[in-house]
Design a protein around this ligand. Sequence first.
Ligand code: UDP
Ligand code: MG
Length: 335
Amino acid sequence: MSTTVTKDQAVECSIVIPVYNEEANIQLMIPQLKAALDALGKSYEVIFVDDGSSDRTNELLTDAGQKYPEIKLITLRRNFGQTAAMSAGFDAAVGHVIIPMDGDLQNDPNDIPRLLEKIDEGYDVVSGWRKDRQDKYWSRRLPSNLANRLISVITDVHLHDYGCTLKAYRREVLQSIELYGEMHRFIPALASLIGVKVTEIPVNHRARTYGKSKYNISRTVRVILDLIVVKFLLSYSTRPIQIFGLLGLTSMLGACGLFFGVIYAKLRYDAMISNNSLFMLAAILLVLGCQFIGMGLLGEVIVRTYHEAQGKPTYVIARTLNLRPGYCPGKAHLL
Ligand code: UDP
Ligand code: MG
């Protein structure tokens, strides 16, 4: 997300709601949202992103947008998935604070004021925690609990509920993050790369009454795969040789040890080398070690291309004082 917003376009908060075949929920949701947001006394916009719905979702949202100008609609050409839809909403949002939520009434709009309060206290990311989650145990709550623990340990950003869509972000935080795959649940972790203050508050969660969930248990596998990517980005994205090089050297060291062992066995006990499985293993480890180091070096080249092509510095500045006029590291990544 890298949009610039002029002062007269800006609003205080943007709600971003991806929807995919949620016709039965839309009609109920709009009055609930409006009531909660009007009561805030802040300027706001609600951006619905229709992620290729084939039911009456789009029609209903178009009607709502014609009635209320603060309701905006982006219609995607096909179903791109929740993360991509959310990204489309973030790119269009002009709020100082951006709040994504689900379009199936499972999140409660009445939690929005509490999220905003925390942002006003100085936090950059406020994450909702579905403390009393109303989903099935075996297919949802259990895998999600395990995934949450794992994500917490691996990313070092400690939250109870990464998967809760209802979160609040200061605009600048989202501005420095690009979302791929199913990454929306990792935004707080990715945001930690730029240095943010994160907190969480318990939020209300309601059972899905209308329409069907768009996911099944296979999501857990995708989350784990994304977690590997996030861990790599968090720890090694600017120095891939550190991880691949280490693997390569360890592998080569193992190969050397085995080679010596095999030669020693040959000299001492006249053991065969040609059909010795340890000799084969040593040869494999040696090749593997070279491959790892090669991968690390390629990674180093790619990282340089990534940062330099986009003018992205490898650091993020919070503020500056008395620097030369026009000083700008890379492309405006000033927070
Ligand atoms: N959604 C979407 N595109 C998709 C799948 C889901 O925009 O491909 C939306 C969906 O309409 C809902 C939100 O993402 O507003 C969360 O989806 P769902 O309720 O199915 O997820 P769950 O609550 O079961 O985790
Ligand atoms: Mg849901």
